[in-house]
Design a protein around this ligand. Structure first.
Ligand SMILES: Cc1cc2nc3c(=O)[nH]c(=O)nc-3n(C[C@H](O)[C@H](O)[C@H](O)COP(=O)(O)OP(=O)(O)OC[C@H]3O[C@@H](n4cnc5c(N)ncnc54)[C@H](O)[C@@H]3O)c2cc1C
Ligand code: SF4
Length: 441
């Protein structure tokens, strides 16, 4: 790996971005499910934020009960298929599998999960026992994983749900953010349309809730409102030169790559700034787009927020990394031509640039993976309390906001985690809404 040519056709793009967890066939699933020890008090369940009964669905796969396996998965996680492919299973369920203690490869839980749910989605299987309509309406703002999970659970409980989504497609960052080598767009979209068909929530697309009148209309017409609007665009760091062309935020770059990969502009030598998982994705994706990619992180390798396996992945596709390297200026006349860096040192917890260590790196494209902005303007508009870091404040059990008819979950509340966390929180918030509305009538 590490020698990619810039793709100029869909086929070349798919080759460069080949699935790292391809769908299993029946034989593979049978073999893999046979390895499971069906542990009592299974650690893999505890490591899953949605607490899927993993040994149960693996047993169901093994006994050729795929419908039962899909039901087990969906009863805990509405994005069961997507999570099977995009979850950092290496640090969650698979990381907790008992086989790790014996130096044996853990069970491929994620791939088994996607295998079991594929059949349900393709055949539009009826797995959900919906309660009768209770006559109450709930609005959901944002059709990301948190919003979809909340809407799905509310429909199951008998509510009528309408989701308001700013974009023209559902799934939020599960569609616009997750790396193309982890999941194909059609997989994410098919799962949402399956849920929509089975459970019956409505989605109003291209419908951004962005003014006080729209907020009061929701308040007047719905018994409760769930906020699942995630985070905003890539945060500026005020580094001189950030406004030059060919300097782009990571989420904006990745969104373009996901929606229209062949139209993406990229340079020959790409600098990626950051040390989180998004930085790893941007570096890996740049390399697969044929660029020479170099990741610059101002702290040490050990201090990176990214998972070790994500770092290994960028190394496997030929991206390079430099640590303790701070970019202080981005230079170029119109477009970026080089970055000015200093080596850094951590002195008693304070990061300092080392005097005299200045050097430059030539590049013709720069991606800033410097975190996402918080949507505090929205929270102020709706009168919702948030903390100093811009996270919405909610009750930890019910996910109720500071205003009683509002509930929230996902990145807006946790500050940016994984799809599986957003799903878990969206579902818990739906139960919080149900409890609140059942007790206030
Ligand atoms: C580059 C990148 C890669 C990632 N890769 C992975 C991965 O591999 N695995 C993984 O598990 N997680 C990954 N994540 C994280 C994961 O995608 C998020 O944690 C998850 O999508 C959060 O779900 P959410 O519903 O809270 O928010 P989002 O997914 O952000 O969805 C929010 C939705 O609300 C809509 N919205 C926003 N404001 C408004 C408004 N005012 N009115 C109406 N609609 C609005 C948005 O358009 C969006 O559709 C990644 C994130 C990024 C940025
Ligand atoms: S820990 Fe591993 S072996 Fe045990 S039930 Fe979970 S997947 Fe199966």
């Amino acid at each position: 790996m590490g020698d990619f040519k810039k793709p100029s056709t869909v086929k070349e793009f798919e080759e460069n971005f080949a699935q790292i967890k391809p769908l299993m066939d029946a034989n593979m699933a049978y073999y893999e499910s046979s390895r499971c020890l069906f542990c009592y008090d299974a650690p893999c369940i505890k490591a899953c934020p949605t607490e899927i009964d993993i040994p149960l669905f693996i047993k169901q796969i093994n006994t050729n009960n795929l419908t039962g396996a899909a039901r087990t998965i969906y009863s805990s996680n509405y994005f069961g298929h997507t999570c099977g492919k995009v979850c950092p299973t290496e640090v969650l369920c698979e990381g907790a599998c008992v086989y790790n203690h014996q130096d044996v490869k853990p069970i491929e839980i994620g791939r088994l999960q996607s295998y079991a749910t594929t059949d349900a989605i393709r055949k539009d299987k009826k797995l959900f026992a919906k309660k009768d309509k209770n006559g109450q309406k709930v609005a959901v703002v944002g059709a990301g994983p948190a919003g979809i999970a909340c809407a799905s659970e509310l429909c199951l409980l008998g509510y009528e749900v309408r989701i308001f989504e700013a974009k023209s497609q559902p799934s939020g960052l599960a569609l616009h953010g997750t790396a193309p080598y982890k999941i194909e767009n059609s997989d994410v979209l098919n799962e949402v349309s399956y849920l929509q068909k089975q459970l019956g929530f409505q989605i109003s697309y291209d419908f951004k809730i962005d003014n006080a009148a729209a907020v009061s209309e929701l308040e007047n017409n719905y018994a409760a409102i769930f906020i699942g609007i995630g985070l905003g665009k890539t945060r500026n760091t005020n580094t001189p030169g950030e406004q030059l062309s060919n300097c782009i935020g990571a989420t904006e770059f990745i969104q373009q790559l996901k929606l229209d990969p062949l139209s993406v502009t990229i340079g020959k030598k790409v600098v990626v700034i950051g040390g989180g998982n998004t930085a790893m994705d941007a570096a890996s994706e740049s390399a697969r787009m044929g660029a020479e990619a170099i990741l610059l992180y101002r702290r040490s390798k050990e201090e990176m927020g990214a998972y070790e396996f994500e770092y290994d992945l960028i190394r496997s596709v030929g991206a390079k990394a430099m640590f303790n390297t701070a970019v202080v200026e981005i230079k170029g006349e119109h477009a970026v031509t080089e970055v000015v860096c200093f080596k850094t040192i951590n002195k008693n917890g304070q990061l300092e640039n080392i005097a005299g260590s200045e050097f430059t790196i030539p590049c013709d494209f720069l991606i800033r993976a410097t975190g996402q902005e918080r949507q505090t303007d929205f929270y102020k508009m709706a009168g919702l309390s948030f903390d100093d870091t811009g996270k919405l404040i909610v009750d930890e059990h019910s996910f109720q906001c500071s205003k009683p008819s509002y509930f929230a979950g996902g990145d807006a509340v946790n500050g940016g985690a994984e799809v599986v966390n957003a799903c878990a929180e969206g579902k818990k918030a739906a139960q919080g809404i149900h409890h609140h509305l059942s007790n206030s009538n």
